[in-house]
Ligand binder design. Sequence first.
Ligand code: SAM
Length: 467
Amino acid sequence: MSILFEMKYNEILKIKPEIMKQQKLFTDKIELIYLDSVIGSGYEEEVAKLALIDKIAYRAARKNMQIHSAIILIINDEFSGFFTFQINHDAKEYCLLQSAMYPEKKDKEIYADMVNKIIEGNTYKYPMIMTVSTKHDLETPKLFSSLGFEAYLIKNDFHYMVYGKMSDIRLKLLSHITMTNLWKSTAGTWLKIKREWNDKIEAAGEKYNISNPKFASREGCWQGSSGFSNVVTGKSLNGNASVLDPTACEIILRMFMPKNGCRVYNPFGGGVQMGFVTGESGFEYMATEIRQNQCDVNNDLCQDFYNVKWIKADSSTYEPKQNYDLIFSCPPYYRVEKYLDYDGLPPNGEINHLSSYEEFRDTLFDGYKCAINAMNDNCFFIVMTGDSRDKNGAYYGCEAEHELFFKEQGLTIYNKVVYLESEFTRFAQAKKTLHHRKIPKAEQKILIFYKGDMSKIKELYPTIGRL
Ligand SMILES: C[S@@+](CC[C@H](N)C(=O)[O-])C[C@H]1O[C@@H](n2cnc3c(N)ncnc32)[C@H](O)[C@@H]1O
């Protein structure tokens, strides 16, 4: 088409050049009708009919879905499509639900107009969420990205997207990666979050001149000689020290801190991870830790946070001065690690060098008792623990004893989570141990106890919204 002809053609049709891309001589008459609820609007049957024809959007035919809001698309006075959505004031979010257009009416620009109409109607400025698929023809990641949505989670073909701030859907993201009690610490999203936290801890180390901040003060702590990394790589990695996984810390913190809570107590403080994640998430943290070297390094790393501190104390006798909204601890696992102070010795009161497992267990549980006394009602007490074996190879039974102990103290055993570690290193271990019929342990437990009235949990804890 010559430029002159194109100009005349446009003039005749009095339309903008971009509309010409559609190669339509006449523009369609498009109306978008906003419904507070499909039920009662008069569009119930048309929405249901199209939902069933579309198949993917079939749920929009159900009465329990038609209670939600919708945009109805009318093209040239004919019902042509819909987009249903739910405004959830509890979770403070907009959930975009099902959408469909009659096949002969399908047009990405018109579809985008429906989405934009929903965005415009969001006067509350809630985050808007939508699950889309690379396999769908309209509900695609590409289309929603072009309208300002961002993917917060990608699972196979599905992209979980949000229009709004990523921080608003953090609990939802963490919930997605912990949908069952098997927490796979080697999964992609889990590791991504872990790397982000570790980068922040490294940055704090650099800022305050603390080398290897994730493992600081734990040199030479591991008691064995055939640790997993020794077996696989021939050398020990960071002295085989077990430090907490910051992704697990964040999940525990966001899921199990009540809406009106802000204070965490950790009776067996250990490394910096839980305190760092707590401070960075805007909560307060107090840990008792028997080693001065660990307290000093952690306090240096967390000096930018408000009210995050480790104090040197024996938690089996220490009585916290205030009450806490969440208790978390990852205590010693009997005789797995040595906890040494500046002088290279375990301090008095350090429970892992007590001479019998029974003494260790009783002192550990004394520490828990003091912590339980400092717990507010309707709060969680979470312990990350693992069993270890005696010199003959028998497990002590520490995990099971935890459950019985907390039950005796009047708490409820509320969740038993299996924290799954890398299996790869265990395969190497198995080549030695299976001859003795010892199966390498590739998990730890996260035992979640609750003190109070369980029927209040839904009301008192942050709303996750639609998953
Ligand atoms: C297993 S570590 C914590 C491990 C954890 N995974 C971490 O990130 O460091 C437990 C901590 O309890 C401390 N501990 C031992 N006996 C204690 C006691 N009686 N009072 C307070 N802390 C104690 C040890 O020094 C050690 O740092």
